[in-house]
Ligand binder design. Structure first.
Ligand code: GDP
Ligand code: GDP
Lengths: 265, 265
């Protein structure tokens, strides 16, 4: 089973920590230099066991996104990467003798967009980027480093983010509510969007258990405590309940749109 | 006694909260629109009582700094503001009939530069901006929202920041160690630079006292607890021990440099 996740967010926003935490693995990846002049995309593929499924997971990272002093083209390398994967699939699909069954699908199934937890609103870069990508990939925005924001601030921040996305016409992925077996769970999860996440692979003793946490002098943020952040909800939605739907939506909606516009030119 | 502070940092990084906390006042200022196309500078002047001194405090805020998609000129409006104040002073100084004694000095005595707590390193915007301003104003960099970073991460982050400032030739303000009465205190404070600060005007009950804090489900960050952040050190250095030195350094070093280059043209 192939699953491809694209992580978009500024350097230091917590992308690699969150990926490690989501899949409970230390993903090896070469650290990138701080002063890369341009945004690049870095991909790594891993073989994992997730519940009882053998998963071929590809994590695509936006490198140096938002680092440039001039960010007006920041989304372009990312958008080009997404379209290139559609194009490669299209070339295979158009062949006379094709092997779609064994084709290694590299199309992006989910784009985790990391929002800086300012507590105010989205940045222009966020709106520009998500607007450029929303018709090409399933966007799942997350509020990064949610341990920066108090409960009261977070409530207002989430409302502000959703209203800015709506007023800017940005489409984000909604967990599907047509399948009865998951409709209730997904509907309730949709009300928590965007998920406010905390990532950590450090283990801290809480009570008599070792839990993933971030330990501060004033207290310990427990990653899997639903009172502390939405990490468990994100994992449930992304890794457990909706992987299949994300793959299908990519194929039947985003890829079809690309194919139609490509073949019409 | 006139004191003028310039705050430079991205929207939502905590500038207004820190100012309120430093001077224990709710400074009134009109909220700025989120989508200002350019960086502007907003100034407000307040009359305060600080210890037994009547203080005419002017807070100059960088508005929408870092919000633009293209940030290459972000520092310019700020640099122009600083130079304009030097120029106005110079015009007064050059008059035949002048009144320097009653002149309302608007020159910036301290620039608090707010660093985003990524835990990685400075952003290109930070280096570009501080490099442009370091010969014109006393720069005091602070790590904002220090409650985002654990003790271990903060230690590495501070070392990284200082080494990047040094290797990029950025001059930051050092608390003076020539005056015996404050030399020891200042020398020890210099080792904590850049100060990692937390701001809050919310009061929370801790023990049997009401203290300024940020309350999270996992614990309460106490602003004035030196184990939690460097807020008390910043207040001590900026508001209590070194205000006079900051005013003098502005006049005898930064202003002199400006005057010399202006009169030589
Ligand atoms: N406060 C906080 N810090 C985090 C969190 N996740 C990661 N960090 C820290 O942020 C820094 C950057 O994390 P990293 O995953 O390398 O960011 P990336 O550059 O986006 O991949 C590290 O010091 C992490 O320990 C989080 O959820 N909350
Ligand atoms: N975690 C954290 N949040 C803070 C801190 N100071 C302010 N905030 C929050 O960050 C948000 C923006 O603060 P504000 O002072 O308005 O930022 P400004 O736009 O730079 O003036 C508000 O929700 C504040 O409550 C801090 O020290 N730590």
């Amino acid at each position: 089973f192939c699953f491809n996740i694209l992580c978009v967010g500024e350097t230091g926003i917590g992308k690699s920590t969150l990926m490690d935490t989501l899949f409970n693995t230390h993903f090896e990846s070469t650290p990138s230099s701080h002063d890369l002049p341009n945004v690049t995309v870095k991909t790594n593929t891993y073989e994992l066991q997730e519940s009882s499924v053998r998963l071929k997971l590809t994590i695509v990272d936006s490198v140096a996104f938002g680092d440039q002093v001039d960010k007006s083209d920041s989304f372009k390398p990312i958008m080009e990467y997404i379209e290139k994967q559609f194009d490669m699939y299209l070339q295979e699909e158009l062949k006379v003798k094709r092997s779609l069954h064994t084709y290694h699908d590299t199309r992006i199934h989910a784009c985790l967009y990391f929002i800086t937890p300012t507590g105010h609103s989205l940045k222009s870069l966020d709106l520009v980027t998500m607007k450029a990508l929303d018709s090409k990939v399933n966007i799942i925005p997350v509020v990064a480093k949610a341990d920066t924001i108090t409960k009261g601030e977070l409530h207002k921040f989430k409302i502000r983010i959703i209203s800015e996305l709506v007023s800017n016409g940005v489409q984000i992925y909604q967990f599907p509510t047509d399948d009865e077996t998951v409709a209730d769970l997904n509907a309730s999860m949709n009300t928590h969007l965007p998920f406010a996440v905390v990532g950590s692979m450090d283990e801290v003793k809480v009570g008599n258990k070792m839990v993933k946490a971030r330990q501060y002098p004033w207290g310990t943020v427990q990653v899997e405590n639903e009172n502390h952040c939405d990490f468990v909800r994100l994992r449930e939605m992304l890794v457990r309940t909706n992987m299949q739907d994300l793959v299908e939506t990519t194929h039947y909606r985003h890829y079809e749109l690309y194919r139609r516009s490509k073949l019409q030119d």
